[in-house]
Ligand binder design. Sequence first.
Ligand SMILES: [Zn+2]
Ligand SMILES: [Zn+2]
Length: 143
Amino acid sequence: MEEPDVFMPNAAVERNGGCLCGNIRYRLTGEPRVHYCHCDMCRRATGSAFAVLAWVPVAGLSWLTTEPTYRRSSPIARRSFCQSCGTPLTHAYDANPHEVALHIGSFDEPAELEPRHNYGSSQRLAWVCCGIDLPHHDTEERW
Ligand SMILES: [Zn+2]
Ligand SMILES: [Zn+2]
């Protein structure tokens, strides 16, 4: 499928999002890089069949309220969540301190953020078929 001609990444675009209970709100400037992640860590961390992650430069993300609670999710990564309602919010690798991923479902307008590829594809559940025609990559992060 071809990219629509009207798709014009715009660094000045602002997007807002937050957790289910509303205690944590954020604003994002810049165009996220969005993909499915089928790895078993994202599966557990979200409690869902896969994650959809929107990677953004750390500099483009501002917390409008209190910051989420951070926890170490593996020897190489940290994830954050809302202390009040438990919504998973971010995921970041220690080795890449300049980028952070937001979970797509936390955006106010997630419909406009379409995934462009699959990640962790060797762990994809066989019945997960959305986005299956997009490019596939295996997880590179190991420890
Ligand atoms: Zn919350
Ligand atoms: Zn993952």
